[in-house]
Write a protein that binds this ligand. Structure first.
Ligand code: S3P
Length: 444
């Protein structure tokens, strides 16, 4: 890859396929971070090898952790809690990844030296105060004081205290940051979190770390405290539903096609997209569902559907579909009626302002929208059939915008030039390979 733009000039032919996709990003990053804090050698199969995960590996290596990646396997030689070994003045580069940037900080809260955290252009625009402030309350120091964006430096402390933390955004990164801080903090951390993906809770449970979770309405009340040690753990990582979402959309929006996505992570806190699409009439089914180390996984079966209808999306589903809204907006654009999505201000705080840019892309292909800072109305058109030329540039190299536009081009028609196609390597490096090899798509 690395070419200046991807050219898509014809729709995909009808298909019947069963495919596997790359490993889950949230689980891959969490496993690397926790394995680095355990004692002994931990191994993963099907670890995602995307840029975000490579950033996590590079940061941990700079902190003195030996990690070997070969083919489909990854081995981490853990050094125990706070066992990092590193020199003064190191700089950790989180690349494009909010998860790496925000989740590496709590592992550094006892660092005797200042460590600088940097990121790419997109990550340097994103809010870090959301994790800096609670970590400061725990006793951690950040420089320059009051700065909320990367680059920032962190300096640990030996005088850390547990906090009562209220997480109101439904952000799993904020919740996890404080949960990970409890590895190095005496006493009991109390977290009242608006429900969000719970991979960290499941890993803590599996590792028999001190944790309790009480669920009430939409809130999880989590208590964690410092374990004596962390045991090594091996993992087999299922496919990422956030990547699978693009192939679900490809199938729904194509004619007479069917797809089985095999061995996908089906954690209920990630299934918002399936709930939303089924409310729109998609009838997506699950098969072979089993539980592996606390995480559900199985196959997703989806068929083409030209009778999709609009949705007034309950905001209670927002957190469980947060990375899928761009592709959901595209599906809403081809559904009958006016769809409405609300309470979505977080969407403008992702790798790019996705609410704004998603709306702009729909307008570009002739779909009417009404967008505010936290909501969007999409005036769907089931007969949409594109025949103009479209150029996708200046989207902060957001991987999910790249994938959304590729699916739009393959299902709605038109002649598309999508710039910086390598941006997809952030989360889904096999995306184009699967389209070429399994679906015989020819890109010019
Ligand atoms: C993630 C949480 C979500 C999501 C991101 C991955 C995680 O971010 O958008 O892609 O792995 O915890 P927020 O916590 O900011 O909602």
């Amino acid at each position: 890859m690395g070419s200046k733009y991807l050219k898509v000039t014809s729709k995909i032919n009808k298909f019947r396929k069963a495919i596997e996709i790359d490993g889950d990003k949230s689980i891959s990053i969490r496993w690397l971070l926790l394995a680095s804090q355990s004692i002994g050698v931990s191994k993963a199969k099907n670890l995602l090898r995307s840029e975000d995960v490579l950033s996590a590996i590079a940061c941990l290596k700079k902190l003195g952790i030996k990690i070997i990646v070969s083919n489909n396997k990854c081995t981490v030689y853990g050094r125990g809690i706070n066992g990092f070994k590193f020199k003064k003045n190191i700089v950790l580069d989180a690349g494009n990844s909010g998860t790496v940037g925000r989740l590496i900080l709590p592992l550094l809260i006892r660092s005797p030296y200042k460590i600088k955290i940097i990121g790419d252009k997109s990550l340097s625009k994103r809010d870090f105060l959301r994790v800096i402030e609670p970590l400061q309350e725990i006793g951690v120091n950040f420089f320059p004081k009051g700065k909320g964006k990367l680059p920032i430096s962190i300096l640990g402390s030996n005088y850390l205290r547990p906090i009562n933390y209220i997480e109101k955004r439904g952000s799993a990164q904020c919740k996890t940051s404080i949960m990970l801080a409890s590895l190095n903090t005496p006493g009991e951390m109390k977290i009242y979190a608006k429900r969000s993906r719970n991979h960290t809770e499941l890993m803590f449970n599996y590792l028999k770390m001190p944790i309790t979770v009480k669920k009430k309405d939409k809130i999880d009340f989590i208590k964690t405290s410092r374990p004596k040690k962390l045991n090594l753990f091996n993992i087999d990582i299922p496919g990422d539903i956030s990547s699978g979402a693009f192939f679900i959309a490809l199938t729904l929006l194509s004619k007479n096609s069917q797809l089985i996505l095999k061995n996908i992570n089906l954690n209920p806190s990630r299934l918002g997209i399936l709930k939303i699409l089924n409310k729109m009439g998609a009838s997506i089914k699950l098969k072979n569902v089993k539980s592996k180390k606390g995480e559900k996984c199985g196959d997703i079966i989806v068929k083409s559907n030209d009778k999709l209808k609009a949705i007034n999306c309950p905001s209670s589903l927002n957190s469980s579909a947060i990375d899928e809204f761009l592709i959901i907006f595209l599906i809403a654009a081809k559904s009958k009626g006016i769809s409405y999505f609300k309470d979505l201000s977080e969407l403008n705080k992702k790798e790019s302002p996705r609410l704004k840019l998603g709306s702009k892309i729909l307008n570009m292909i002739g779909v009417k929208t009404k967008v505010t800072n936290d909501s969007i109305k999409i005036y769907g058109n089931p007969n949409i059939n594109l025949n103009k030329e479209y150029e996708i540039k200046n989207y902060l190299k957001d991987h999910r915008i790249m994938a959304m536009c590729t699916i739009a081009a393959l299902t709605l028609g038109g002649k598309w030039k999508i710039y910086s196609p390598e941006s997809i390597n952030t989360s889904f490096p096999s995306f184009l390979k699967i389209l070429k090899n399994d679906f015989k798509v020819k890109f010019k």
